[in-house]
Design a binder for this molecule. Structure first.
Ligand SMILES: NC(=O)c1ccc[n+]([C@@H]2O[C@H](COP(=O)([O-])OP(=O)(O)OC[C@H]3O[C@@H](n4cnc5c(N)ncnc54)[C@H](O)[C@@H]3O)[C@@H](O)[C@H]2O)c1
Length: 252
């Protein structure tokens, strides 16, 4: 039997998309490296996966804004697991402030986590993927990248739009080397921590009035799309962005 593909997922130990992706890829048989800025929860999720699947999963602390730390983690994964086949850039951060009132700290932090963090991980992972003969990168953007809306804040929208451009150029550069790069742009994917970022009005009537399928998104909805894009079922797909918003903010 061949060795399982090795996948590194960032921000994988929260209550949302990242953890759902880690669980789904592990379910699909991949060797998932759980990374998150929160050290304890990274270890806990890796332990949960180890227990559930009866094979050893790695859980490592990783703040994606720290380039040297990203480099260390990627090197360690390749050293210990032999290769890196899949990278899921899930880390994101936002604080909603109007442009005319936005603090420089908010602008810089948002660009740093959402855009620079994605670049850091791609910069470190791509040479190994190319050397290994190929791979798949899935970047988590947002419908905020194209919506005309004040709902998400300009820093977040700009960073997530940047992720789409980064995705397309990296796909063009690395397609000939067997590495596919795609992005997913979710609409509202509910988890309890969003209550800290968005006002209650954001959630009111969302399922009934805005979603075309009568519900809000769930982390597992995005995880299923990540799993598909990372798989060999998707070898003709690269440089694309897939919206997943229950029809609220279609792309195209
Ligand atoms: N939830 C949504 O409605 C929604 C919609 C569109 C896009 N997104 C994007 O999806 C991704 C996941 O969002 P989510 O809401 O599902 O949360 P999540 O639970 O997947 O992510 C939260 C986790 O991110 C970690 N994290 C924060 N900053 C980090 C950093 N600098 N480095 C590493 N880890 C860090 C936190 O420790 C936490 O565990 C983000 O990129 C977000 O912008 C989410």
């Amino acid at each position: 039997m061949s060795e399982p593909a090795v996948a590194l997922v960032t921000a994988a130990a929260g209550a949302g998309i990242g953890a759902a992706v880690a669980r789904r890829l592990a379910e699909d048989g991949l060797d998932v490296v759980v990374t998150d800025a929160h050290e304890r929860r990274s270890g806990e999720l890796a332990a949960e996966l180890t227990e559930r699947h009866g094979r050893q999963f790695l859980g490592l602390p990783l703040d994606v804004t720290d380039y040297d730390a990203v480099d260390d983690v990627v090197e360690r994964v390749v050293r210990e697991r032999g290769r890196l086949d899949v990278l899921v850039n899930n880390a994101g951060w936002s604080s909603i402030e109007p442009v005319a009132e936005m603090s420089l700290e908010t602008w810089r932090r948002c660009l740093d986590v959402d855009l620079n963090g994605t670049f850091h991980c791609m910069r470190c992972a791509l040479p190994h993927m190319v050397r290994g003969g190929g791979g798949a990168i899935v970047n988590i953007s947002s419908t905020a990248a194209w919506e005309t809306s004040a709902e998400h804040g300009a820093a977040y929208s700009a960073a997530k739009a940047g992720v789409l451009a980064l995705t397309r150029v990296a796909a063009a550069e690395n397609g000939p080397h067997g590495v596919r790069v795609n992005a997913i742009a979710p609409g509202l994917i509910y988890n309890e921590f969003l209550r800290k970022i968005y006002p209650d009005s954001f959630f009111e009537g969302y399922a009934e009035k805005r979603s075309l399928v009568g519900r809000v998104g769930r982390p597992g909805d995005v995880a299923a799309l990540v799993a598909f894009l990372a798989s060999d079922e998707a070898t003709y797909i690269t440089g694309e962005v897939y919206g997943i918003s229950g029809g609220v903010s279609p792309h195209g």
